[in-house]
Design a protein around this ligand. Structure first.
Ligand SMILES: [Zn+2]
Length: 192
């Protein structure tokens, strides 16, 4: 901290005291350069972080509220409260790292949903139904479909390959069938 007497930026704290209500910390500092003492006051940064709701209204970000929403979504699901607290921590960190002190419900919901999907898919759908405010079956189905996408890349590949394989025998039944037989015949000899 810059010394008010000599403007040097080197000092040591000789005493720290919290105010009675705990909101302010008073520090006695001694300038290393000129040896004079001065006092600084530190205040806790308590400007709230705001969540912008769908209708444009704002409300203070609340860990408690987010956690209770997650707990509700995870009711009777095998999800540890600790894991949910970790999700809330991440959401809060994301909010604190933003330049502006507000975030939309949609953004915070997307962040939370992504984490929740890895934990429990039922809870994920429940949570999404609240955050996305499903207004019709299509909105609900979009979320359910999104669950299917990353689950099994192998299954997706198989599904993609199936129509092609089916197309081959219809185009030229003979060679495809023969190829299948050859491939099938090639396997047994491997086992003694
Ligand atoms: Zn000084």
């Amino acid at each position: 901290m810059k010394c008010p007497f000599c403007s040097e930026n080197r000092d040591r704290v000789v005493d720290s005291r919290e105010s009675r209500d705990g909101a302010t910390i008073r520090r006695r500092r001694e300038c290393v350069s000129c040896g004079r003492r001065f006092t600084s006051y530190e205040q806790i940064d308590d400007i709230p972080y705001m969540v912008v709701k769908h209708d444009g209204s704002r409300e203070e970000f609340s860990r408690k509220k987010l956690l209770s929403g997650l707990l509700k979504a995870c009711e009777k699901r095998p999800v540890a409260t600790r894991s949910l607290e970790a999700i809330v921590d991440e959401a809060e960190t994301m909010l604190h790292e933003r330049e502006e002190r507000e975030i939309s419900t949609h953004d915070i919901g997307a962040c939370v949903m992504e984490k929740l999907r890895e934990l429990d898919q039922v809870a994920y759908v429940r949570f999404a139904s609240v955050y996305r405010r499903f207004e019709d079956l299509d909105a609900f189905m979009d979320v359910v479909k999104s669950l299917l996408q990353p689950v099994a890349p192998a299954a997706a590949r198989a599904a993609a390959a199936r129509p092609a394989a089916a197309a081959v025998p219809s185009a030229s039944p003979g060679p495809a069938g023969a190829a299948a037989k050859t491939a099938g015949a090639g396997k047994p000899p491997e086992s003694p």
